[in-house]
Design a protein around this ligand. Structure first.
Ligand code: ZN
Length: 446
């Protein structure tokens, strides 16, 4: 019997973590006698939905078990959510979905839309009914949407892995004790097999979160072996309760859908879109840079928000006429601001010549002339020569910008943002193990 278990929205800013519940369940379901058909799925949903949970990650476990075990397994999942979700927190509305057998195409499509746009509770519930899935919602039960979306994303195209190591309960909420040198060594040894571990610009470890959640660190990479090796290389000065390897859509740009024209851009639907810079970038309060791009169908604002990173510096150097492709989430118009793309990446496709116009030199004495007003020519203050037909002289300033792709610094990248190091490493098919079971020891340990 094949069972897909999806769940979401169990955490709150005060602590807890939906991945941790998945980690506990991996162990419990293994003990009950279930086998795993995949690594646990950590599916990041559209980061631009207005009601997103922290990180907006939903979880899915795909197992095979005897039919006689089903009741016990369902009970075990419900109990784990009840015990570990932050149910008292307003806005934490957990949901669980059980789907038997293979994932129908319609649920795959639903999932795709939950990652790239908006889906409603109504359509979630009608799919659950249509495919005889079961849903359990706590409080408002919003997590049911993410639960079903996690089930529908089987990661058959591009995907990555993340190994999450968890802290023992008594250490949660305290400063994490990780040897930074060992993180750098691990990053160097594994090279492009791992990503976003260390910020060399700021000298900062990126594998550790900062909140009160139970995660000690997360190592992101291309293969399960690489993240496992990374875990062996990182030195922790505090005990690790357990670790689990997740298969995930992190670092794949799965949320960005190419819009062929600017008029296609819709609020809350992350895009990548081409346009010509149509207004000189301006820096607003807080140091953010705003510029406009247009095509024959319309114009849209683009914002480079990150306070210190590369993207803002690049955006500042754009000039009218540059051809760019902007990638990012779309914010609806609000309080005087128009529809805006929050840029995660900018690809510079063509640089316009940066022309400056200067007054001509006097043909008699060589002195730079003064304008006599629009259309009235120029006069020389030194020798008195009047040149009625003289025009301003254009000269081209060198551009301090190169063509290419620019991405927000790793420290401000979203979970879904594909980092530079992953370009060229994209997968375009399901992993080899799909269809077999994966030994528990490869998924989780202590
Ligand atoms: Zn002169």
């Amino acid at each position: 019997m094949k069972l897909n278990i999806g769940f979401d929205d169990t955490d709150s800013p005060r602590g807890g973590c939906t991945t941790y519940i998945a980690a506990l369940l991996v162990e419990r379901l293994h003990e009950l006698g279930a086998s795993f058909l995949d690594y646990p799925g950590l599916i990041r949903l559209n980061p631009n939905v207005p009601w997103k949970t922290r990180g907006n990650g939903a979880l899915c476990l795909r197992i095979e078990c005897k039919e006689s075990l089903l009741d016990e397994i369902r009970e075990c999942v419900i109990q784990a959510i009840e015990e570990n979700a932050d149910l008292e927190y307003k806005g934490t509305d957990p949901g669980i979905v059980f789907l038997y057998g293979d994932v129908p195409n319609e649920i795959r499509d639903f999932s795709r839309r939950a990652i790239t746009g908006l889906v409603s509770m109504d359509e979630t519930l009608s799919l659950i009914k249509k495919y005889h899935a079961e849903a359990i919602g706590f409080k408002r039960g919003r997590g049911i949407i993410g639960g079903l979306a996690a089930i529908g994303e089987e990661l058959k195209d591009d995907y990555t892995y993340e190994l999450l190591a968890y802290r023992v309960p008594e250490n949660r909420g305290t400063k994490r004790k990780i040897d930074a040198e060992s993180v750098i060594r691990m990053d160097k040894e594994l090279g492009s097999l791992v990503f976003n571990n260390f910020d060399y610009e700021e000298g900062r470890v990126l594998i550790t979160p900062h909140g009160p959640d139970p995660v000690l660190y997360g190592i992101r990479g291309e293969t399960a072996e690489a993240v496992r090796r990374g875990h062996e290389l990182v030195i922790s000065r505090e005990p690790i309760e357990r670790w689990v390897i997740f298969r995930t859509n992190q670092g794949t740009d799965a949320h960005l859908v190419r819009a062929s024209t600017i008029s296609e851009i819709k609020p809350y639907n992350p895009v990548r879109v081409k346009g010509v810079v149509s207004e000189k970038p301006r820096t607003i309060h807080g140091g953010h840079v705003i510029f406009k791009i247009k095509d024959e169908t319309g114009e849209v604002d683009c914002a480079a928000y990150e306070p210190t990173g590369v993207l803002r510096k690049i955006a500042k150097k754009l000039i009218v006429g540059d051809v760019v492709e902007v990638y990012g989430g779309v914010r609806p118009p609000s309080s005087g601001n128009p529809l805006t793309i929050n840029a995660e990446k900018i690809r510079i496709l063509k640089l316009a010549p940066d022309l400056i116009y200067r007054n001509p030199r006097c043909p008699i004495c060589g002195k730079r002339m003064k304008s006599m007003g629009r259309g009235k020519g120029f006069e020389c203050k030194k020798c008195g020569f009047h040149g009625r037909d003289l025009k301003k002289i254009a000269s081209e300033r060198p551009r301090k910008l190169k063509l290419g792709l620019y991405i927000t610094s790793p420290r401000s990248q979203r979970h879904l943002t594909k980092p530079l190091v992953r370009y060229g490493q994209e997968k375009n098919g399901p992993p080899e193990f799909l269809g077999k079971t994966i030994p528990y020891e490869m998924i989780s340990g202590r």
